[in-house]
Design a protein around this ligand. Structure first.
Ligand code: COA
Length: 369
């Protein structure tokens, strides 16, 4: 990949494609209740989740990432199997953000780039758990601003079903599998689609709140085989809940202040889809009407790094975002990590709907306070 010399002004990253993909298999709350001591009402009232999609055995994160990446490239007008209309490679960098890479080594992105036919594009993973997509956006924006890349494919993909203990009722109800992707190109900071005004943060003193204890060098360097609990995803849900509300609201506020926006300037608040109660609490805290809070957690659960691009793709597929609408994206995840950014929606063809719509239902008992 050529490295260019700097000149001013730096190009901005501009959104020019979006898509989402979830594996076809749906797991409802009732199905979970057949094997876990839980029930549909508990899950809906505590989390707002009604169903999630789950990968088949043997289906890995890269398989989901390839599907979402292909659709996003198509949405951007590029042919992933060949070259685009200007006769160059569609993108010159591929970033996959995930907590569930195919393997500890190598990164998942190079295999995804190869399977998409993206030639010699730079390819690497970004890990920031559920904040991964916003960190990935900042990384992509940096590559574009520094003229290292002119077009970047950013994919958030996770298969939490491969790391959550299926017998752990507290976590098995929350997570789903999925992938979402965006294509970013070099452009101008004042054009629709420009991504900007980031706020990123972390607090590693709370790393123990969300963790897989085994699998990395810390546990491997200790004596003895890891226990079942150490091998699986663990989360202290109650404490995470409080941090999520506080950190997301703080980050969203810092981002709005940095851009000189008021909460009322936000047409769509697109938070990481952790739990409907968390999303509504943050929206309330910011003084945003809940109708402006994009939520698809009911249909897909918490899909980790995929959740924000999947929510964007879902909303765009329903034509619920119009060109010129102003978006605030805010995420929170293990680390702890958090981050936000702003974007004005560009003119884009609606992507394919990532999943079937939920059947109409009585929403009265679905609305957690
Ligand atoms: N079904 C029924 N009961 C369950 C249950 C389930 N699936 N999971 C936990 N419980 C029980 C607990 O065992 C506990 O029982 P006890 O009072 O007899 O000990 C009781 O419900 C309350 O547990 P608690 O953990 O306090 O519940 P909660 O109201 O905090 O809800 C979560 C649990 C996980 C739904 C909630 O903490 C949460 O959403 N946290 C944030 C998680 C999240 O979004 N993480 C992603 C951040 S990126």
């Amino acid at each position: 990949m050529p490295v260019h010399t700097f000149s001013t002004p730096a190009p901005a990253a501009v959104l020019c494609g979006v898509a989402g993909w979830v594996p076809p298999r749906v797991v409802t709350n009732d199905e979970l209740a057949e094997r876990l001591d839980t029930d549909d009402t508990w899950i809906r009232t505590r989390t707002g989740i009604r169903r999630r999609h789950v990968a088949e055995p043997g289906q890995a994160t890269s398989d989901l990432a390839v599907e979402a990446g292909r659709l996003a490239l198509r949405n951007a007008g590029f042919d992933p199997a060949g070259t685009d209309s200007v006769g160059t490679d569609p993108v010159d960098a591929v970033i996959v953000t995930t907590t569930t890479p195919d393997r500890p080594c190598p990164a998942t992105a190079p295999a995804v780039a190869a399977r998409l036919g993206l030639g010699r594009a730079a390819a690497f993973d970004v890990g920031a758990v559920c904040t991964g997509f916003v960190y990935g956006l900042a990384t992509a924006a940096g590559l574009i601003a520094s003229r290292v890349a002119t077009r970047v494919l950013l994919i958030g993909a996770d298969t939490y079903s491969t790391i959550v203990d299926p017998l752990d009722r507290a976590n098995a109800i929350i997570f789903g599998d999925g992938a979402g992707a965006v294509v970013l190109r070099a452009g101008h900071a004042d054009e629709p689609g420009a991504v900007g005004h980031f706020d990123l943060g972390s607090d590693g003193t709370h790393e123990d709140l969300i963790m897989i204890a085994a699998g990395g060098s810390r546990r491997r360097s200790a004596a003895g085989e890891p226990t079942r609990a150490e091998r699986h995803f663990a989360m202290r849900g109650n404490e995470v809940y409080r941090h999520a509300v506080t950190r997301m609201a703080e980050s969203a506020r810092a981002t709005l202040a940095g851009a000189g926006w008021k909460a009322d300037d936000v047409d769509h608040f697109v938070p990481h889809q952790a739990n409907l109660r968390i999303l509504h609490s943050v929206a309330d805290d910011l003084g945003l009407p809940r109708e402006r809070c994009v939520a698809n957690v009911d249909a897909v659960g918490n899909t980790g790094a995929a959740s924000i691009p999947l929510a964007l793709a879902d909303t765009a597929a329903r034509s619920a975002i119009r060109p010129g609408d102003r978006l605030l994206l805010t995420a929170f995840g293990g680390g702890l990590t958090w981050g936000s950014c702003l974007l004005t929606w560009p003119e884009l063809p609606p992507p394919a709907a990532p999943h079937d719509p939920l059947v109409p239902h009585d929403t009265r008992e679905d609305t957690p306070s």
